[in-house]
Design a protein around this ligand. Structure first.
Ligand SMILES: Cc1cc2nc3c(=O)[nH]c(=O)nc-3n(C[C@H](O)[C@H](O)[C@H](O)COP(=O)(O)OP(=O)(O)OC[C@H]3O[C@@H](n4cnc5c(N)ncnc54)[C@H](O)[C@@H]3O)c2cc1C
Length: 375
């Protein structure tokens, strides 16, 4: 089968990889591949540390996708000869103040009840693991199974692998036959690309002829900093709660650190100075040594967010599937999301999880609206 994949972020590329591994040919269409949210993401694979009350079935999805990560990474290495930067060092969640510690400890009950690894530590125990932590932290929780990957390494490897299948243009329209089935897409240069199936992995991007998915931009400012020469400042992900605000430091193999991330719904795609200031202030409260780092990069990107943080994976017509709305978890959910999307594209029997990501779970997104729009 030949499949058009619109959007070359981590979701489009992981889906192309999954379908190509199953013997299908792909055409990937994107004017600026890998430059969306996937370019900003810290790449925390944190089913335990990301757990919050009221997430519903998202917990199971995050945990399942985290479990399939080693296989996902090994398979990418097997086809490309290159290994993504995947690290299985743990995550330490640190509370700055006693009130932050209470919030942290409340979550441990939920995390352990869901079978996730979360262990309370005294401040001294946390500092034994990470000596760069401030002396006055109030408490910590160790999440052994929360790992990390550099999403830029995944995107770079898959873009190289699919180089000859890439069309560097915007997809402006889906083309349907007289039975309302998508049969091709039209690009910005007027090129018509036929395929048996088309998958939209466009995050917040829209395409004429398809009802916009119920996603909204949630902006995040994020920094890349470089530690001083010598031993790494921290050896595992440090997530902090400082006066109820979240901050994290993700150490990379090359000695750099990712420091993030703000959460803004102000509609401004530019880096926000106030948000950056807060991040740096909170991070320095937990790890004072970041003051000696140099600044490599500051960027802002939009998370493609849904109302319940669960993605939207579903069939729109017999030739069209969407896979978007991965919110804060797109990197972690790449293995699971790409598998579910490939199953749907191949018309395989539906996994039980597909009902939890059905785009039609939102009343504003209905097949009736689709028909009205196209008539
Ligand atoms: C600051 C920040 C930190 C994050 N940290 C994490 C983290 O630690 N862990 C985690 O799991 N997730 C994290 N996320 C979330 C994660 O980045 C996203 O969920 C994920 O990248 C979504 O991937 P995507 O491929 O759907 O979107 P994108 O990477 O945005 O890709 C969409 C692509 O579609 C293309 N496109 C759009 N419209 C069209 C069109 N009409 N024609 C052709 N192409 C089109 C765009 O050019 C783009 O390349 C973070 C996000 C942000 C912003």
């Amino acid at each position: 089968m030949h499949v058009n994949i619109v959007g070359a972020g981590i979701i489009g590329l992981a889906t192309a990889f999954e379908l190509s591994s199953r013997g299908h040919t792909v055409c990937i269409i994107d004017p600026s591949p890998g430059q969306g949210a996937s370019h900003a993401a810290a790449g925390m694979l944190a089913p335990a540390a990301e757990t919050v009350w009221g997430q519903g079935p998202l917990h199971q999805m995050l945990a399942a996708s985290n479990k399939s990560y080693p296989d996902f990474v090994n398979r990418i290495q097997a086809i490309s000869g290159q290994r993504p930067d995947y690290l299985t060092s743990s995550t330490l969640v640190v509370a700055a103040e006693p009130a932050d510690r209470e919030a942290l400890h409340e979550l441990v009950e939920l995390q352990t009840s869901l079978g996730l690894s979360a262990q309370k530590l005294l401040p001294s125990q946390a500092r034994n693991l990470e000596p760069a932590l401030a002396r006055n932290i109030a408490g910590a929780v160790l999440c052994e199974d929360d790992h990390q990957i550099d999403p830029r390494s995944v995107v770079r490897i898959l873009l190289e692998y699919f180089q000859s299948d890439l069309v560097l243009e915007q997809c402006v329209e889906v083309i349907k036959d007289d039975k309302n089935q998508t049969t091709a897409v039209l690009t910005s240069s007027g090129t018509r690309l036929e395929a048996e199936q088309t998958i939209l992995c466009t995050a917040l991007g829209t395409v004429r002829g398809v009802q916009p998915a119920p996603v909204r931009p949630v902006y995040g400012d994020i920094l890349r900093i470089q530690g001083p020469p010598g031993p790494a400042l921290v050896t595992r992900i440090i997530r902090g709660i400082v006066h109820r605000e979240n901050v994290y430091l993700v150490p990379r193999k090359d000695g750099s650190l990712v420091l993030g991330a703000s959460v803004r719904e102000d509609g401004n795609p530019q880096v926000n100075v106030g948000a950056m200031y807060n991040l740096l202030d909170n991070a320095r409260r937990l790890v004072p040594g970041i003051s000696d780092c140099s600044l490599n990069e500051v960027i802002a990107r939009a998370r493609p967010a849904t109302a319940d943080d669960r993605p939207l994976i579903g069939r729109i017509d017999p030739g069209l599937v969407i896979s978007t709305g991965y919110s804060r978890h797109g990197v972690l959910l790449s293995p699971l999301g790409s598998t579910l999307t490939a199953d749907l594209t191949e018309h395989l029997p539906a996994s039980a999880m597909l009902k939890d990501v059905d785009p039609y779970r939102f009343p504003t997104y209905s097949s009736d609206t689709l028909l009205e729009q196209s008539s």
